[in-house]
Design a binder for this molecule. Structure first.
Ligand SMILES: [Mg+2]
Length: 287
């Protein structure tokens, strides 16, 4: 990573000791990237009317923004071997909609071991190192419309873009950077901060409210590719947008109760209407 793109260890304590929400007071790792357009986003409040609502668009990463092509799973396998000495193909793990902390606990349970704070910290550091290698071997592919969507979000002074992901902070950054879309998000909440994606979504919303500096944050839109993302949207009263570029098809996402189901993120005018609050839920959509 170059200077200005470092993940900083900001505490000697672990944020993953119990899975509780400890990130606000004791983050293990903090996003410290401040690219120019992110800095511009943080100054938007000065250019807009105080009290005017600010929209929030939260995005999942894997299956939604990009296809990591198995890099995450391979990195997890290698990190396990390195940290714990287990030759485990973790074929019993589904990463779709999962969080890294929850996956780590499932694997350790399987081996009759416990995820201590020290082990979690060591594992997540190794995971990031392995992911650097696996993404270099096979770079992620951006899904259709993502670059255009992120450009739309960056161009609108009344919308904040954020991440709600099961990836740890460093792993999120590595995937986004490998896909060429790092630094496009004002805030995020990550899979090292909580094992439960619903709590990760709540963390992201709280961070957005702090960024909004007293302006109402609405509407909130959460875009993801699994029923877990839809549940996370429900947990924060967000509009649940499900995209069928991951492992779930349109029918599955519709059955899981998404407000809007889209085949991909190419329909920019429809997506814009969502964060402008101009599109009511459409339970009976066409595929
Ligand atoms: Mg996903």
């Amino acid at each position: 990573m170059g200077s200005g793109e470092q993940w900083a260890v900001v505490s000697g304590q672990s944020a993953v000791s119990s899975g509780e929400d400890v990130a606000d007071r004791d983050e293990l790792i903090r996003w410290s990237v401040t690219p120019p357009h992110t800095a511009r986003q943080s100054c938007r409040g000065q250019r807009t009317q105080p009290g005017r609502p600010q929209a929030l668009v939260l995005l999942d990463i894997d299956g939604t923004l990009l296809d990591a092509r198995g890099a995450g799973r391979r990195a997890f396998q290698r990190a396990l071997r390195r940290v714990s000495g287990w030759n485990d193909d973790i074929a019993y793990i589904s990463f779709a909609g999962a969080t890294d902390l929850d996956v780590l606990r499932q694997v350790f349970d399987r081996h009759g071991a416990r995820v201590t704070p020290v082990v979690a910290r060591r594992f997540f550091r190794q995971l990031a190192l392995e992911l650097e290698a696996t993404t270099a071997e096979e770079p992620p592919r951006l899904h259709s419309g993502v670059r255009e969507l992120l450009a739309e979000l960056a161009a609108d002074p009344d919308v904040m873009a954020g991440l709600v992901t099961g990836n740890t902070g460093p792993c999120a950054h590595i995937k986004l950077r490998a896909a060429g879309i790092h630094g496009r998000f004002l805030l995020g909440a990550f899979g090292h901060e909580h094992a439960d994606r619903l709590e990760i979504a709540r963390l992201a919303l709280r961070r957005a409210q702090r960024h909004a500096r007293g302006r109402p944050v609405r509407p909130v839109v959460l875009i993801g590719d699994t029923p877990a993302d839809i549940a996370a949207a429900r947990a924060i009263d967000a509009v649940a947008v499900a995209v069928a570029t991951g492992t779930c098809d349109l029918a599955t996402l519709r059955a899981a109760g998404a407000d809007h189901v889209v085949p991909d993120l190419t329909d920019q005018s429809r997506l814009r209407a969502l964060w402008l609050g101009r599109l009511p839920p459409e339970p009976a959509q066409r595929g």
